[in-house]
Write a protein that binds this ligand. Structure first.
Ligand code: DI6
Length: 412
């Protein structure tokens, strides 16, 4: 008998491949999927398997009719931080706005204090605990930003923690350097000097360290101007780093168009993005990353221009934005529900937003859809139809996760 060619084979699964142009959810029912090494080797209908399952793979898993999707991708998080901001939450509920708290020296800057004080191991321990919930929900790739250090060594410390998370947990971590997140207190009244530091010292150090996969910035009335953002992106691009931007979250500063002008991977938030900026994003394929958790938590009434993104063919991704100030969110599945209910995405668009389009927002062409040659990042769900992933609130139907070909856990 010939020896099996595949390492593992999933039989009796329904696949939501999310492959574009392959019908709703790219679905293949009554299907099988084979893994060799860290790649998907084959997928198709059970009837088209080239032999009996036991002869084809060393291990055969029976999916018992469950749905399999690509492993989920959370393409925008601030997972690494010190402390929390529950007290600020109480202040905001008492009437203070997010901007007022930030201008009074709270907000991002208070997390900067706690993050600077924390050791690398302390940051790793708290981030690891937060990561656990995402892993249980089928997340196989997660983006993690710096941005609470705001000094060269403290920013590098955050990025090292993010990389270590990917070493100690079965998840791929994509990192973004966010030195231009807020003005650190020691630079009060000297914003230009801080931007000099970001451009002249931090960016070269970050690029040389290899710790960042992309460069991000917060272009906003309470953060950095379009001109400052342009300076930072010009240096980042010269250093060979792709860019992405927190844009148009609280006001329209033309941030999304600015990002698109640099061929940004994504522009994120986008509640106040104008029609002209939407058109600008379409050309370079800059992904609109929507963050319904922040919209909900800050009680923002302005909704991102979803219909305009659709019409212009701008890809839409969804992410948790996990952070202590605007989105203490530890569930990506909850974001599917919010994206559908608050932003009126279809459940299929929401699922594409945490698979295919999230991969695109990170520039990762080898994941986010189920197809031969793609990374074997898979999630198996105890659901009758894919729309349930956006439907349930507070239920985790994930039953198995494969990360880079390795079956990693079967949550209860
Ligand atoms: N916008 C956000 O929603 C997060 N960062 C940003 O630029 C908030 C980060 C925080 O408040 O700690």
């Amino acid at each position: 008998m010939p020896s099996p060619t595949w390492d593992s084979l999933w039989v009796n699964v329904n696949l939501a491949s999310m492959a574009p142009g392959a019908g709703p959810y790219g679905a293949i029912t009554g299907a099988a999927l084979a893994v060799a090494g860290d790649r998907i080797a084959w997928l198709g209908r059970m009837a088209d398997l080239p032999g009996a399952p036991a002869t084809l793979a060393r291990v055969v898993h029976d999916g018992a009719g469950r749905w399999m999707t690509p492993g989920l991708i959370d393409c925008h998080t601030h997972l690494v931080f010190g402390g929390d901001r529950a007290r600020e939450f109480e202040l905001r509920l008492g009437g203070a706005s997010y901007e007022e708290v930030a201008r009074a020296g709270g907000g991002i800057v208070s997390t900067v204090r706690a993050t600077r004080e924390a050791s690398e191991d302390e940051l790793l321990a708290t981030a690891r605990a937060r990561l656990a919930g995402f892993l249980r929900e089928g997340v196989t790739t997660i983006e993690v930003k710096s941005g609470y250090g705001l000094a060269t060594e403290a920013e590098l410390k955050m990025l090292r923690v993010a990389r270590r998370l990917g070493d100690i947990r079965p998840v791929a971590v994509a990192t973004s350097f966010l030195g231009a997140h807020a003005l650190p207190p020691e630079f009060a009244g000297r914003q230009g000097a801080y931007v000099d530091l970001v451009c002249d010292e931090m960016l070269p150090a970050v690029a040389a360290s290899g710790l960042a996969d992309a460069v991000d910035a917060f272009c906003e009335t309470i953060a950095f101007t379009p001109e400052e953002t342009t300076r930072i992106f010009t240096v980042a691009t010269r250093l060979g780093l792709r860019v992405k931007l927190h844009a148009d979250q609280l006001a329209d500063l033309g941030g999304a168009a600015l990002a698109a002008g640099f061929g940004a991977l994504s522009a994120d938030h986008l509640e106040y993005t104008s029609a002209a900026s939407v058109r600008a994003m379409a050309g370079p394929g800059t992904v609109a990353v929507l963050l319904p958790g922040a919209n909900y938590f800050l009680r923002e009434r302005q909704m991102p221009p979803v219909a305009a993104f659709r019409e212009a063919g701008v890809p839409i991704a969804i992410a948790s934005n996990c952070n202590p100030g605007s989105a203490p969110v530890l569930s990506l599945l909850l974001m599917l529900s919010m994206a559908a209910t608050l932003f009126r995405l279809t459940p299929e668009e929401a699922l594409a937003g945490v698979t295919r389009e999230a991969a695109r927002a990170l520039g990762l062409a080898d994941r986010g859809i189920l197809a031969p040659g793609m990374r074997a990042d898979l999630a198996l769900w105890d659901i009758e139809e894919p729309a349930e992933l956006a439907y349930w609130i507070g239920r985790n139907p994930c039953r198995a996760v494969v990360s880079g070909g390795v079956l990693r856990e079967t949550p209860a």
